[in-house]
Write a protein that binds this ligand. Structure first.
Ligand SMILES: NC(=O)c1ccc[n+]([C@@H]2O[C@H](COP(=O)([O-])OP(=O)(O)OC[C@H]3O[C@@H](n4cnc5c(N)ncnc54)[C@H](OP(=O)(O)O)[C@@H]3O)[C@@H](O)[C@H]2O)c1
Length: 325
């Protein structure tokens, strides 16, 4: 099969389109013919092997898994001996451990679910990682109707899903993004958009029950200032300082005050994928697609994501017509 391979850590230029053997499903895996995949921030981290700590798990001198890509939508072509819930011919979407930037990928049956038939493979592939990260972040903050939710970094992959999921729960959503994304974010039904280039939400006197910082660019103390007593701050991504602050100071704040603050490490789980499936089916979430690229264009797409200004998701169309419902 054709796959996008990297044999050493580095920038997007180390990725090359190559012919490699088709993968074979393990006992609990299904072999999926990939119609579409999507690009996540994790792909760029694993590609570069930076921060170097990631190499402890991924291979010290060179990557142990030479094909990147987590999110996938496609058709089941073969099933492992112990697969109970899926059959050859099923159309699915979900999250693989690695390997989705290829024509075929093996995925554990616990991290893949039937594709909603009202969305295209492109939209389905856009959803898993960003969607379950948003969902788990909001669940951590006990999302419920009427809650005041602030989403910082609202216009990227995680943010655009977080807005829509919070709205589906009946929350009152304030979104923070840059000037050029105000329109896109407004269209998702938020109560208020704050353009961080012109306004500082940490100084306007408003407080929130739940803050989801998809990309935290501010000190923890600034988020704490706008978090109501009894509220929760969840950070999914951000700079190294912010990650450390959320882990260490966040634990301290959580122990010594009525506010909970900390990081989220999201995990692909079937129940969450089924929630996303239902939200897609009922039209309560609709993936925001920044652009769709071919497999050979993934290096450029990763370079684009490294700028940290994507508008929704970048999707990889691996087979023709992946955008047709
Ligand atoms: N913890 C986990 O398990 C987990 C899972 C998935 C993702 N993540 C992390 O979550 C983060 C977000 O992922 P993503 O897929 O949403 O990334 P993305 O699609 O690349 O989105 C980046 C977003 O950051 C915003 N941004 C850039 N500078 C900003 C600033 N100064 N203030 C506020 N927002 C700013 C951009 O909005 P503008 O263009 O409008 O500035 C853009 O919408 C990444 O760091 C990723 O590594 C973590």
């Amino acid at each position: 099969m054709k796959a996008l391979v990297y044999r050493r850590y580095g920038g997007p230029d180390v990725l090359e389109l190559a012919d490699v053997p088709d993968p074979r499903p393990g006992d609990r895996e299904v072999l999926v013919r990939v119609r579409a995949a999507s690009v996540n921030a994790a792909d760029r981290v694993l590609l570069r092997g930076k921060p170097v700590l990631v190499r402890l798990g991924m291979g010290l001198s060179r990557p142990r898994h030479p094909i990147l890509g987590f999110d996938v939508a496609g058709r089941v072509e073969a099933v492992g001996g112990q697969v109970m819930q899926l059959r050859v011919g099923d159309e699915v979407f979900g999250a693989s451990k690695f390997g989705a930037f290829a024509e075929f990928v093996c995925v554990n049956e616990d991290t893949v679910v039937p594709r909603p038939t009202n969305v295209s493979f492109v939209e389905a592939a856009a959803t898993p990682t960003a969607g379950y990260t948003a969902l788990q972040g909001l669940h951590r903050g006990r999302i419920r109707a009427g809650q005041g939710v602030l989403i910082d970094g609202a216009s990227g992959g995680v943010g655009t899903f977080a807005i829509q999921i919070a709205r589906a729960y009946g929350a009152d959503v304030t979104a923070v993004c840059s000037t050029r994304n105000v329109e896109i974010v407004s269209a998702l039904g938020v109560s208020r958009v704050i353009d961080y280039r012109h306004e500082d939400f940490t100084r306007d006197g408003q407080q929130y029950d739940l803050i989801l910082a998809t990309n935290a660019y501010r000190p923890l103390s600034a988020y704490r200032r706008v978090l109501k007593p009894g509220g929760t701050y969840v950070m999914t991504g951000g700079g190294g300082v912010q990650i450390l602050q959320a882990a260490l100071l966040g634990a301290l704040v959580s122990m010594t005050s009525r506010r909970r603050m900390g990081n989220l490490m999201a995990v692909a789980r079937k129940p969450d994928l089924l929630v996303l499936k239902e939200l897609l089916e009922t039209g309560r979430i609709k993936p925001v697609i920044d652009r769709t690229v071919a497999l050979s264009e993934v290096p450029a797409a990763i370079r684009y994501l490294e700028e940290e200004h994507a508008r929704g998701k970048v999707v990889v169309s691996v087979q023709p017509d992946a955008d047709v419902v």
